[in-house]
Design a protein around this ligand. Structure first.
Ligand code: NAD
Ligand code: DAU
Length: 332
């Protein structure tokens, strides 16, 4: 199997590369990543160059994408602009990468008749009320809120259209909030951990009632591999691990595990259009593909993540200043 992983130097893509490197020792892996502020070669330590090749390039580059896809069997498409706050500040790169980039990949897999798995997010479904008994399923109508989630929704719809109109062999997955090592410090959990290490207070948006459904990155990776190998063409699979927690609960756990009292936080400007709650019903992938998450103890996973950021300041420190400067401009 020769596989292209787009966005393989980002948080989740690099975890997937490490996962298949270990689980599928006979696969050849080509990473296509333009190395934006979120892409980092040091997310990929310890890989043998005879099995893993990094091509630094843009998924919107038709010629490059075409030439790579021609010589591979499958594409797993993680590359995206992924942060909501950035999309509210400057939506343009989200349109380019998430929409035009996905279109470019679709045209190449169509031409060369290759397999595609498209990575998406639960945010395409909008949000749920706190007391809504329903969770997102594969048939929940699309209702995205932000420039980020609307461009992800657009990319999903392109993939579905290319399956139906051109018989492209694609599957899709929509996953909930990931956590774990190597996540950029702009995201909620690493931002708070690295704030404490830097002597800064935690920064809470709004009341902290917003709920996210947390899953460890490696569980996302194992689910994607299951879909790539056994998923039914044209189908969408929800990925989640029953990890619903409101933000204040997560903040309080971080404070407790890092030895701070509950007052060590600051209320900052809320995110415009802030989604209230995400929750995933993952019964389809569990029943049809036999997938189950391994990291079901969120508190243990969070402690390991805190330990990783504590021990890897060399990795995150270079991102921290620029990230916080951007947040300062936004009052967040
Ligand atoms: P990330 O921002 O950490 O990484 C994105 C990667 O894509 C980076 O390495 C970046 O350099 C690369 N990239 C961006 N634009 C590119 C372009 N034009 N050409 C080539 N490479 C480009 O993102 P992440 O959190 O790892 O998310 C990966 C995927 O998973 C995204 O599609 C995202 O929508 C989806 N997702 C993320 C989460 C989450 O909680 N982080 C949850 C569900 C789904
Ligand atoms: O649900 C999947 C999505 O999860 C992915 O598609 C996105 O790529 C990923 O970034 C994530 O989106 P969120 O917007 O939910 O994640 P973020 O880490 O930015 O924020 C999580 C919650 O924490 C959200 O309610 C906003 C809040 N927050 C965030 C930051 C950065 C804070 O309260 N303080 C903060 O400093």
């Amino acid at each position: 199997m020769r596989i292209i992983v787009t966005g393989g130097a980002g948080f989740i893509g690099s975890n997937f590369v490490q996962y298949i490197y270990k689980e599928r020792p006979d696969w050849q892996i080509t990473i296509l990543d333009v190395l934006t502020y979120a892409g980092n070669k040091s997310n990929l330590p310890g890989l043998d160059e005879s099995r893993v090749k990094l091509i630094v390039g843009n998924i919107c580059d038709e010629e490059l994408v075409d030439s790579l896809v021609k010589d591979h069997d499958a594409v797993v498409h993680f590359a995206a602009e992924s942060h909501n706050d950035n999309s509210l500040d400057n939506p343009r790169p989200f349109l380019d990468t998430n929409i035009v980039g996905t279109y470019t990949i679709l045209e190449a897999v169509r031409k060369h008749k290759k397999r595609l798995h498209h990575i998406s997010t639960d945010e395409v479904y909008g949000d749920l009320e706190l007391d809504d008994p329903a969770k997102f399923t594969e048939s929940t109508p699309y209702n995205p809120s932000s420039p980020y989630s609307s461009t992800k929704a657009g990319s999903d719809l392109l993939v579905r259209a290319w399956v139906r109109s051109f018989d492209v062999r694609a599957t899709l997955s929509n996953c909930s909030n990931n956590y774990g090592p190597y996540q950029h410090v702009e995201k909620m959990i690493p931002r708070q951990i690295t704030n404490i290490i830097s002597g800064e207070k935690l920064k809470l948006y709004g009341s902290g009632e917003n709920v996210r459904d947390w899953i460890h990155t490696e569980d996302h990776s194992s689910a994607v591999l299951a879909i790539l190998e056994h998923g039914k063409i044209g189908e969408t699979y929800m990925i989640g691990a029953n990890g619903e927690k409101n933000n204040l609960e997560v903040f309080n756990l971080i404070l407790k595990f890092m030895g701070k009292d509950t007052g060590w936080l600051e209320h900052v400007n809320d995110r415009p259009g802030h989604d209230m709650r995400y929750a995933i019903d993952a019964s389809k992938i569990q029943k049809e593909l036999g997938w189950t998450p391994k990291y079901t103890d969120f508190e243990a996973g969070l402690k390991d993540t805190i330990q990783w950021y504590t021990e890897n300041e060399d990795w995150w420190r270079p991102q921290k200043e620029a990230t916080e400067a951007k947040y300062k401009e936004l009052g967040r």
